[in-house]
Ligand binder design. Structure first.
Ligand code: ADP
Ligand code: DP6
Ligand code: CO
Length: 325
């Protein structure tokens, strides 16, 4: 049966940055994100008897190589769960988000693939089971099953049975906004996967990162519950800076930042000096996401657009979780 699902990307306010088990995608720390309505993936999966291998098109282009292998490896998990190891699928996906450029396309991409794939093969899954499955495609994707704020609990079990995302607060809880500040949409040189692996293995700053997570997580959840924007913004910004600091200590060292990334960070700081509540966070790429409140939208957008090097600003609200057609 053919099935179609849509999922949105999410922006981590407490970052996932490191794996304790690479094949199962088990993280070294819990993370927390906001699902964004501005960026999404729509994927159709058709498991059919007459196919002798999987096919994958992304934005109407036939995909082979690493991106194809990641999709077929994920379909293998779905096949195994359904006990249908010889059934292949045609996968068609549309990314309304730049691919592999630090906009979390792997999050919306694998959440949509997991949802459409399980439905197409006839698996009945709860949100929790879907999140656990999705995690094995791309870690950050397990949070995109839910709308609003979601926490990926790292879990303790070696088999990953307790590592999945749970909802923290739905979209309706709080109208918090995110401006995605676009500086570059070219593919990144160091994928999230490779970047975090190198950092875990070689950065002397990594243990400091891990030590700081429990307190950030606790404070962040309080801030969300109380709709305390300053608290949420401050923790998100500091958590992002700590994550990016670990990459400078890696061997070989690397950074996702461009000079324009620093310029946008400075713009956000000077907005705050003028009394506008705005805070930044940055995933594995040069582009900056700015958190703000609805009443400041015009001001924030204008100020960001005036920053040299900014090619576009895309405004997002809190988005919904996975939906089926
Ligand atoms: P990003 O910042 O975009 O998440 P990553 O390096 O984490 O960058 O992941 C990008 C990879 O995610 C792509 O190279 C591809 O393998 C996978 N991906 C992106 N979009 C899709 C999609 N719609 N369907 C399946 N896989 C996808
Ligand atoms: C910096 O989920 O893309 O965006 O699990 O290897 O697919 P894989 O990595 P991915 O890593 C995201 C890293 C991050 C932080 C975050 O989203 O929590
Ligand atoms: Co990603």
């Amino acid at each position: 049966m053919k099935a179609t699902a849509t999922a949105h990307t999410n922006i981590a306010l407490i970052k996932y940055w490191g794996k304790r088990n690479e094949s199962l995608i088990l993280p070294t720390n819990s993370s927390l994100s906001l699902t964004l309505d501005g960026f999404r993936t729509t994927t159709t999966v058709d498991f059919r008897d007459e196919l002798s291998q999987d096919t994958f098109t992304l934005n109407d282009e036939i995909i082979s190589g690493e991106q194809y292998n990641r999709v077929t490896a994920f379909l293998d998990l779905i096949r195994r769960s359904a006990g249908k190891n010889n059934l292949y699928a045609a996968v068609q996906s549309i990314n309304e988000v730049p691919t592999a450029a630090g906009f979390a396309s792997s999050a919306s991409g694998f959440a949509a693939l997991a949802a459409a794939g399980s439905k197409s093969i006839g698996l009945q899954v709860t949100d929790q089971e879907l999140s656990r499955l999705t995690r094995q495609g791309s870690g950050s994707a397990c949070r995109s099953i839910y709308g609003g704020f979601a926490e990926w609990k790292m879990g303790e079990q070696a088999d990953g049975s307790d590592s999945f995302a749970v909802p923290v607060a739905p979209t309706e809880h709080w109208d918090i906004r995110v401006a995605a500040v676009i500086l570059s949409d070219t593919m990144k040189k160091v994928s999230s996967r490779e970047g975090m692996k190198r950092t875990v293995e070689t950065s002397p700053f990594y243990s400091g990162w891990i030590d700081s997570i429990p307190s950030d997580m606790e404070q962040m959840k309080k801030g969300i519950a109380n709709r305390d924007f300053e608290k949420v913004g401050k923790i998100a910004e500091a958590n992002c800076l700590k994550m990016h600091a670990t990459t400078l200590g890696a061997n070989p060292p690397f950074t996702y930042w461009l000079d324009t990334t620093l310029a946008v960070m400075q713009t956000v700081r000077s907005m705050r000096d003028k009394g506008i509540a705005a805070y930044f966070t940055i995933d594995a790429g040069p582009n900056v996401k700015v958190l703000y409140l609805p009443e400041d939208e015009k001001n924030v957008e204008k100020t960001l657009r005036e920053t040299p090097g900014v090619t576009d600003v895309i405004l997002s609200k809190s988005g919904q979780g996975v939906t089926y057609y």
